[in-house]
Ligand binder design. Structure first.
Ligand code: ZN
Length: 493
């Protein structure tokens, strides 16, 4: 079997149940399995491939469980004032008369390729995708995910995939309020396709593709589809990721539609269990806008074995904060990380999280860098029920990434992990491997035309931006919805 060795000045190794910093280390793997992680020169003498990464941090590949597989939309919707924000949702009229796919299937395939390339370039090795459904006629078609799986396999990432489905859509009512408009038959068809995709993923017999159930957001699903999802997940023993506990609007809608809290609805439909991954998970009893104190929600999440996918960068940019990383962790909730929005940079995300936690708790040590690094590696692996991921030790899968630390702009080095989070970015990723196979090489993705993708993605972004106007309750065009920061420069005559 082919044997590969990577050496680096800093290795985040795994030893006796936890990460450990190894100075001047080497990692050796055969096929897809690590066989040696230890001091330089201590591994097998004969290897087929040898790479010295120099002044780099070699660590487990990043696990992104709310991974942006879309074109950036945060650049458009994270700064909208109150009079424009409702216009960025579908209007009730658009739901009834105007819904359509903004992109053709081929264009969607380009969007996915662009986004998956971004994940790989940012050092992600394992991902579970998220994309906005705002630009679609409904949610995610089965065929689109089949194509995405092929793109993912070509790039070489480890994917947890399924078509997103929903029974309803958040809409802006004519008076500017919020409601959910339902098309229950589409919800049923979506769940059927999602189960069909589990069969497709299994039939690929590729360890890099695992089928999962990805219903959209809790308020957009009927109780029937939530129950059907829980039953399918139990029957097939697959994971479910469901966006919920995201905001007070969601909480109000669930109360109105179901007469309970989102957590109550999860319990009632059989979803609250160790197969469930909840992105964001912000709005529970202890959140200041709910009760501002712990009344047992965290214990309920921990006892059920739920994993929370914390997305600090998205939280920050939409003006939110988890209350708090330390409290969730102390309660025993599995914490994993997601990027959720552009840029899919978990290094910046972790650093943002460390500092948001300081604000939330009023303490400098509220959520130290190492706790975030654990969430991005071991936490993600635990959420996926994959003890062979997220750690560099013999017997684990060879999923790893190297970040260069030798640029003068990286500053002076103290502890390599803490310094890197404070001063660095995931753009420093130079090499990665998934299941022992190279993905990122010298900062590039062999076989992927990055300049071409960049050009095509820009054109698709323009198309996406222009289409907001047709969904806006007030039919304002893109120029009105997205005014520039400063007025355009005009020559005076
Ligand atoms: Zn999300």
């Amino acid at each position: 079997m082919r044997r590969t060795r990577w050496r680096a000045a800093h290795v985040l190794a795994h030893r006796r149940g936890g990460h450990a910093l190894l100075r001047d280390g080497e990692v050796v793997w055969e096929g897809d399995t690590l066989v040696y992680v230890g001091p330089r020169g201590g591994g097998p003498a004969r290897v087929d491939e040898d790479l010295d990464l120099g002044e780099s941090l070699l660590m487990p590949g990043l696990i992104d469980l709310d991974a942006l597989t879309d074109i950036d939309h945060l650049v458009l919707d994270s700064w909208a004032p109150a009079d424009r924000a409702p216009g960025l949702q579908w209007s009730a009229d658009h739901f009834a008369h105007g819904r359509r796919d903004v992109f053709t299937p081929d264009e969607r395939a380009t969007v996915r390729e662009y986004a998956l390339a971004q994940l790989a370039l940012h050092g992600v090795t394992t991902y579970m995708p998220i994309a906005s459904e705002v630009h679609s006629a409904w949610a995610e078609p089965y065929d689109e995910l089949v194509r995405m799986a092929e793109t993912s396999r070509r790039i070489g990432l480890r994917a947890y995939l399924g078509p997103a489905y929903r029974s309803g859509v958040n809409v802006t009512t004519p008076d500017g309020g919020r409601d959910v408009a339902f098309d229950e038959e589409r919800g049923r068809a979506g769940l059927r396709d999602a189960v069909r995709f589990l069969d497709h993923a299994a039939a690929l017999r590729d360890p890099l593709v695992t089928g999962v159930l990805l219903p959209c957001r809790i308020e957009t699903l009927t109780e029937e589809i939530l129950r059907g999802t829980a039953e399918a997940a139990a029957r097939r023993d697959v994971l479910v990721r469901l966006h919920c506990l995201q905001g007070t609007t969601e909480r109000d809608l669930v109360a109105r539609l179901h007469g309970t809290t989102p957590l109550g609805l999860l319990a009632r439909t059989g979803l609250l269990g160790d197969r469930l991954l909840i992105p964001h998970g912000l709005v529970i009893d202890r959140h200041p806008s709910v009760h501002g104190e712990d009344r047992g929600d965290l214990a309920a999440l921990a006892e059920a074995g739920v994993s929370v996918i914390h997305c600090p960068q998205t939280s920050l940019r939409y003006g939110q904060v988890l209350h708090s990383f330390a409290a969730y962790r102390a309660a025993g909730v599995t914490l994993a990380l997601g990027t959720d929005s552009f840029p899919p940079d978990l290094i910046r995300g972790m650093d943002t999280g460390v500092h948001l936690a300081k604000l939330a708790e009023g303490r400098a040590d509220a959520a130290p860098a190492e706790h975030y690094v654990e969430a991005a590696t071991l936490g993600g692996a635990r959420a996926l029920r994959r003890p062979d991921l997220g750690r560099l030790e013999p017997g684990a899968r060879a999923d790893l990434v190297a970040f260069r630390l030798d640029d003068i702009r990286d500053g002076v080095q103290d502890d390599p992990v803490r310094t890197f989070l404070l001063n660095g970015t995931a753009r420093q990723a130079t090499h990665s491997a998934v299941a022992g196979r190279p993905v990122l090489t010298d900062g590039a993705l062999p076989g992927t035309d990055l300049p071409g993708l960049r050009r095509r993605a820009q054109a698709l972004f323009e198309k996406m931006r222009a289409a907001y106007g047709e969904r806006d309750v007030l039919r304002r065009d893109a120029a009105e919805l997205f005014p520039p920061t400063f007025p355009p420069f005009e020559e005076t005559p």
